[in-house]
Design a protein around this ligand. Structure first.
Ligand SMILES: [Fe+2]
Length: 318
């Protein structure tokens, strides 16, 4: 029998899956797909237009925003080198589903994850993340269920309970209706409720849907896979948020989503499907940020600022 790529989840853990922060282990490094050489090849094979390239200050504060750049004219090997020694966060988006070699592994891991958790996965997508020392991901929430499989380096993910104090129903509606990106307002008091989960290579973490989170890397190159997927329960929940978001905006209804009886959720989900067809969201935020820099191996932090932009964008004290 082929060995499972997921381990560390036992049958007794199942009732907690999706309701609590769950840690488990994976064998992704054994596939050989996450070495420097393999990642260089992946980046060479990946459409450059689907590569996210960002920078930020070290140990980024939770409320910063992405500073986007471009990596034109550089090979995959050069970009892996830039991620290793620069101030960079690089991600071939959807690499785990678009690249056939990675998709074969992804399908196997998701199958193993379903078996281990008992969750039915309707759709799934995943990005490969390469990020340098002390880089991170700002405070945000994802609409779908999300988890992180960590492969190289060390990092800490801070997870916040999906309560109104941390992520309002209105904020989730706006994200689902595509009025805003997934960044959320942050207040330092939220740290009282945060759970810090340190991650070593081979460790993974799955948190309850709509839990805000942020990440700070250790002093080394980090390689991870960020997975977003939909289960029937997550899809039903998002259906309720979507419909109530439309009702609040169109009819001014003061609706409450959390606490909606489970028995009503399928009707909401059907309603959300119909609404998406009949009245598509009025807003559709532009995902492309202004490109402020180019990756340059000879520049400080491998960041060559474009005209009109500069390190002051990092928000560091002068
Ligand atoms: Fe996320």
């Amino acid at each position: 029998m082929i060995q499972s790529l997921i381990f560390g989840l036992e049958a007794k853990d199942r009732p907690r899956v999706g309701r609590e922060i769950m840690r488990f282990n994976h064998r992704l490094a054994d596939t050989g797909l996450f070495t420097d050489e393999a990642l260089a090849r992946l980046i060479d094979e990946h459409p450059r237009s689907e590569l996210t390239v960002c920078t930020m200050q070290e140990n980024p504060p939770p409320d910063q925003t992405w500073i986007a750049g471009e990596a034109n004219g550089l090979s995959g090997a050069e970009l892996v080198e830039a991620a290793s020694r620069g101030a960079l966060w690089i991600s071939p988006r959807s690499a785990m589903t678009k690249n056939p070699r990675y998709k074969a592994v992804f399908d196997k891991v998701m199958g193993d994850f379903s078996k281990a958790t008992g969750l039915r996965v309707l759709t799934a997508d995943a990005a490969v993340l390469l990020s340098g020392a002390k880089m991170g991901i700002f405070f945000h929430v994802d609409p779908a269920d999300t988890m992180l499989w960590h492969i190289r380096g060390t990092k800490t993910i801070h997870v916040y309970p999906p309560k109104q104090e941390h992520v309002t129903e209105q904020a989730l509606e706006a994200i689902l209706l595509k009025e805003t990106l997934s960044d959320l307002p942050y207040r330092p008091e939220m740290e009282q409720d945060a759970v810090a989960v340190p991650l070593e290579p081979g460790e993974a973490v799955f948190w309850p849907q709509h839990s805000p989170h942020r990440v700070v890397n250790g002093p080394n190159l980090n390689v991870s896979v960020s997975v977003e997927f939909n289960t029937p329960r997550a899809a039903l929940t998002n259906g309720v948020f979507y419909v109530n978001g439309v009702l609040r905006r169109r009819l001014g209804w003061a609706v409450r989503t959390r606490g909606t009886p489970a028995v009503l959720k399928p009707a909401y989900w059907a309603g959300a499907k119909a609404l998406k067809v009949l009245s598509p969201p009025r807003h559709n935020v532009e995902r492309a940020h202004v490109r402020q820099f180019d990756v340059d191996l000879s520049a400080p932090g491998c960041i060559r600022w474009r005209e009109g932009f500069g390190p002051q964008a990092l928000g560091e004290a002068a």
